[in-house]
Design a protein around this ligand. Structure first.
Ligand code: ADP
Length: 386
């Protein structure tokens, strides 16, 4: 048995030191695991709470190689990392989870879509291209009608590599780079399921959540758990997530985002090989949190129960539109008077419009009550600057 539970022994390296890493560290500290985090920013959320913090780029081959040398297990909290270095660290015999080849596949939306097709997993109709000229040729050849969705093959994050193309004028705004276009889905619900798999092949899925997006920022504004959809849809969504995890043979967490259409069809939108915004409420709402589950999966421990204890709503705390500078959480004290409100502040010193600064999870007897409290949080707590 590997001895992780003593700070003198196995070292866990984490690429990325943002809020996701910070919440992983809550669990590594509880388990007394030795952690080392790499992030370019000296005051990243993980600069407090990790045993060792290294300032440097997780995109740079040499930096990641040097970082990984004294680690026994290496994981990520962001997928935009140097996968060649991770492959070479794996070749040196280190455990790298999720596996670098899977991270590489998911980094590229064209490869990701092709994987769904090759494995008979449902997704919106699409095609890929290497540049804009090829895109235009294919649009004409296939008589593609407006509206449709354009996505960058790589580099998209939080909606930034996505353009909903509704008019000829929108076509002008499409950059000349590799990407894909896909059918604009009639979305009735956007749901997500966080699944986990360990090396032994054990798989567990968290209850499905429903996400509500901010109309301007294209960021998740609320997450609701459980998603109140018919059992038959929930069952198929669960099976799709399990199937994807099984086909990828990923070790660690996989967050699977899906669209549910008015006809009850389910299309995979995209997946992320890591802990995910849609799973934050598992900290308070489920027996095991997504963060603990990820560590259990990558360290070869038994997976924990994902059972929901109480309905929950997560409210993302993002920077208000007109404020940039040192952060001020206006109304935070008042908000804490709500019963069952769990505040998470990520420790970022500077706010800017729509920057993810924290979140609040509300639990209650019913989802409706949790939702009402969530709306109150939005009213009371504002992320501004001094
Ligand atoms: P990112 O990788 O930046 O998170 P996504 O692919 O998740 O980008 O797209 C961001 C949002 O854009 C989605 O959550 C959804 O609301 C909308 N969107 C993406 N693809 C489609 C589609 N095919 N049809 C309709 N809306 C879409």
């Amino acid at each position: 048995m590997e001895n992780y539970f003593s700070s003198k022994h196995k070292k866990i390296g984490i690429l990325g030191g943002g809020q996701l890493g910070k919440m992983l560290l809550d669990v590594t500290r509880r388990y007394d695991l030795y952690t080392k985090v790499l992030d370019p920013s000296a005051d990243a959320p993980c600069s407090v709470g990790s045993k060792e913090f290294v300032q440097g780029s997780f995109n740079d081959y040499n930096t990641v190689m040097a970082f990984g040398q004294d680690c026994d297990v290496i994981t990520i909290e962001i997928e935009n990392v140097n996968t060649q270095a991770l492959k070479d660290l794996q070749a040196q015999g280190k455990k790298v989870f999720p596996q670098p080849a899977i991270v590489e596949l998911i980094q590229n939306k064209v490869l990701q879509k092709q994987f769904y097709i090759d494995n008979n997993l449902p997704t919106s109709p699409w095609f890929g291209f290497k540049n804009k000229a090829e895109m235009v040729r294919k649009i004409e050849k296939n008589s593609v009608q407006l509206p449709f969705v354009w996505k960058a093959a790589v580099g998209g994050y939080d909606g930034r590599g996505v353009i909903i193309v509704r008019s000829k004028a929108d076509m002008e705004n499409i950059p000349d780079m590799p990407g894909l276009i896909e059918e604009l889905a009639a979305i009735e619900h956007e749901i997500a399921i966080v699944a986990a798999r360990n090396e032994a092949g054990e798989i567990q899925t968290f209850p499905a959540v429903e996400m509500a997006f901010h109309p301007v920022a294209n960021l998740v504004e609320y997450v609701f758990c459980p998603a109140l959809l018919p059992d038959i849809i929930m069952e198929s969504a669960g099976n799709i997530a399990k199937n994807l995890v099984e086909k990828l043979k990923i070790v660690g967490l996989l967050a699977v985002e899906m669209f549910v259409t008015p006809k009850g069809e389910i299309w995979i939108n995209e997946c992320a090989p890591r802990v995910h915004n849609s799973g934050h409420l598992t900290i308070e709402a489920c027996i095991t949190s997504q963060f603990e589950q990820h560590l259990r999966a990558i360290l070869g421990f038994p997976l924990g129960s994902t059972q929901l204890i109480r309905p929950a709503v997560m409210v993302n705390l993002t920077g208000e539109e007109d404020f940039t500078g040192p952060v001020l959480y206006e109304g935070a004290e008042k908000m804490l008077s709500l019963e069952g409100a769990y505040m998470h502040l990520y420790g970022k010193t500077q706010t800017r419009p729509y920057r993810k600064m924290g979140h609040v999870t509300l639990t209650a007897e019913t989802l409706e009550q949790a939702r009402e409290k969530g709306l109150k949080v939005k009213d009371i707590l504002k992320v501004k600057s001094i």
